[in-house]
Design a protein around this ligand. Structure first.
Ligand code: LMR
Length: 335
């Protein structure tokens, strides 16, 4: 039985869920892993999830069955976090912007403006201590981090060109959840608003918000570029995901299932991180070719002006995420 998003409201008890779902995942044969995410299949995360499914089912010889639910088809952003805690799904891949409800605000450090100079810097940082530091924060919350998946840099858009920091003044901008993004848009004079990813297209189309930020692959697959006249390829922040599981569920798996799943996750992670840059480059080309929106690129001076305007967020963030994680991120970046 599958509960739809509507049927699964906030406040559903664990007992009610067990009744609804029958046996827990690990007592079933095959073991069923429901993996919920909010983006399209044709994105780095969408492709990585399907690759994981394929490899996991192969390496476990069918002892595990991975059910991937893309595009918020099972749960929206906030609901999927609750569903993971309750055991109604076993695996998620939320962006680091969405970890505060799990009690791990430190993940938001990765959303800091202009934190990573380029793709290579991001990739290097993820090989350092940062990943372990962040995953350790999840342990006490009953969540286990398995991998970080890349999805490139954010662009920003509206129905008018956004070139100078002052162009942000008064703009209602959709954000995905991070207080860091809330802060850098506020510093620019915008009015940020959190909306679930599945609601963004309509909010842009109807004018509930004026603009948003996201990566080329998300703009293209959600058609945001069709309802935004101008996109600035600003790459002012980075989008990355942490693939997480319910720790109790994961620990309860027999080793002959968990180990092949780990192998499958490692390979799916390498694959996703290898394709992320190119997928976004290709998506950007397609957006350009569509002629539905005008792309703007910042000159070095214009970029500098954005960096200066967003810089105060770094100091503000120390009170939000703590100095330690920022220091670890910077150390991972430079060693
Ligand atoms: C968003 O909500 O904008 C993104 O986090 C969606 C995603 O998972 O890429």
């Amino acid at each position: 039985m599958k509960l739809t998003r509507r049927e699964f409201g906030v406040g559903v008890s664990a007992a009610a869920l067990t009744m609804a779902y029958g046996k827990p995942g690990w007592a079933q044969s095959p073991v069923v892993i429901k993996y919920s995410h909010v983006v399209a299949n044709d994105t780095p995360k969408g492709k990585g999830s399907l690759r994981f499914k394929e490899l996991a089912e192969k390496y476990t010889n069918g002892k595990a069955k991975i059910e991937v639910y893309p595009n918020s088809s099972l749960y929206k952003d906030k609901e999927e976090i609750e569903a993971l805690q309750l055991g109604a799904v076993q695996m998620l891949g939320p962006s680091t912007a969405k970890f505060a409800p799990l009690g791990a605000k430190e993940f938001e450090a990765m959303d800091l403006p202009f934190a990573f100079a380029d793709d290579a810097t991001y990739q290097k940082t993820m090989k350092g201590e940062l990943a372990k530091f962040l995953f350790d924060k999840l342990e006490s919350k009953g969540i286990k981090g398995l991998a970080f998946w890349d999805n490139g840099f954010h662009m920003v858009s509206a129905n008018k060109p956004i070139i100078k920091p002052s162009d942000f003044q008064g703009l209602k901008v959709r954000i995905s959840g991070s207080k860091i993004a809330d802060q850098y848009f506020r510093k620019l004079g915008s009015i940020p608003q959190i909306l679930a990813f599945s609601e963004v297209y309509q909010a842009l189309q109807t004018g509930v918000v004026d603009g948003c930020e996201n990566t080329p692959s998300n703009y293209l697959t959600q058609k945001f570029h069709e309802v935004q006249k101008h996109i600035t390829v600003s790459y002012h922040a980075h989008l990355q995901y942490a693939v997480i599981v319910n720790s109790k569920f994961w620990a309860s798996l027999p080793a002959d299932i968990r180990e092949p799943l780990e192998k499958a996750m490692n390979e799916a992670t390498d694959y996703t991180n290898e394709i992320a840059v190119k997928e976004n480059e290709d998506a950007l080309k397609e957006i350009k070719a569509s002629g539905r929106t005008e792309l703007h690129y910042l000159t070095p001076e214009q970029k500098k002006a954005w960096q200066v305007a967003m810089q105060p967020t770094w100091q503000w963030a120390e009170g939000r995420v703590g100095k330690e994680v920022i220091a670890i991120m910077q150390k991972s970046m430079s060693t």
